[in-house]
Design a protein around this ligand. Structure first.
Ligand SMILES: NC(=O)c1ccc[n+]([C@@H]2O[C@H](COP(=O)([O-])OP(=O)(O)OC[C@H]3O[C@@H](n4cnc5c(N)ncnc54)[C@H](OP(=O)(O)O)[C@@H]3O)[C@@H](O)[C@H]2O)c1
Length: 262
């Protein structure tokens, strides 16, 4: 069986950059997302740069059985995961009782259920190839997020799960790294309903940098990677030094202030 790196959400933003970084470091890739044309373009770009042409799997991960389909598609080609990059995800901004409940449940499915399924579904092959898992959470994972409550909670889940799996999988030689970016300009903002003209750029880090630091952290066996010094500071200190009541009120005002027409 040939070892591959499976990257979800590779058609845009951070996932696309992660694909470029993994390809540049010699990994054979499987690119997963819904927009097949985008994935084909990226696969062609990677092949044109002299790397092995990635396999493209156009899959809606939110649909039941999607992760099983990935497993079957790999097995049919004698491929098996060495690395899993759980990057596909989205956020929603707005008060939880005011935004669509079905969409929020869909976010739980993608950000948490699918990520868990893929994190646990290939443990034997990850161990065989001494590989690992890169789970994309967010700095949102260290605090509650009124104004984007379910998204923040989903990222807290990803952070908690990843740190626990880092510990559990270490004896099997499997690295597990949780990548926690701050704000990154991508399609994420439009999907979340954010229309602010100026994101909080003091914290902003490019998708390219997030991907490069995530890759390096995974290869070094780091438990958590927070790209950018301002985000590192916020991640480490904010939940500890800012009183909870102040934190909750400030975050709600900020999130609701970013909201556009949906
Ligand atoms: N941007 C930020 O400020 C930020 C900050 C912290 C953490 N993050 C996290 O980083 C990750 C990537 O976000 P991004 O900023 O790169 O967002 P993005 O530009 O919107 O990209 C999201 C990716 O997820 C894929 N995706 C969404 N729903 C899917 C589904 N049902 N099935 C398969 N693929 C799906 C999209 O592909 P298709 O639409 O083609 O399916 C796309 O490739 C997310 O987990 C996000 O929570 C982002």
């Amino acid at each position: 069986m040939t070892p591959v790196t499976v990257i979800t959400g590779a058609s845009a933003g951070i996932g696309r950059e992660l694909a470029r970084v993994f390809a540049g470091n010699g990994h054979a890739l499987v690119l997963v997302a819904r927009r097949e044309a985008r994935l084909n373009e990226l696969a062609a770009e990677i092949a044109a740069a002299g790397h092995p042409k990635p396999l493209v799997l156009a899959v809606d991960l939110a649909l039941p059985g999607a992760t099983a389909r990935i497993g079957e598609a790999l097995a049919a080609r004698a491929l098996e995961p060495q690395y899993i990059v759980n990057n596909a995800g989205f956020g929603l901004v707005g008060r939880a009782a005011e935004i669509d409940r079905g969409e929020q449940l869909g976010m739980i499915d993608l950000n948490m259920r699918v990520l868990t399924d893929l994190s646990l579904g290939f443990v034997d092959s990850l161990a065989r190839h001494r590989g690992g898992i890169l789970n994309v959470a967010s700095i949102a994972g260290v605090m509650p997020g009124p104004g984007s409550a379910v998204y923040y909670a989903s990222k807290a889940f990803v952070l908690s799960l990843s740190e626990a799996l880092h510990q559990e999988f270490a004896p099997r030689g499997i690295r597990v790294t949780c990548l926690c970016p701050g704000p990154v300009a991508s399609e994420f903002q439009a999907r979340a309903g954010i229309v602010e003209a100026e994101p909080p750029w003091a914290l902003a880090v490019s998708a390219e940098r997030v991907a490069a630091e995530g890759y390096r952290g995974l290869m070094r066996g780091r438990r958590v990677v927070v790209p950018g010094w301002a985000c590192k500071l916020l991640f480490a200190l904010m939940p500890r030094i800012v009183p909870r009541l102040v934190l909750l009120a400030r975050l709600e005002a900020r999130q609701v202030g970013r909201l556009g027409r949906r």
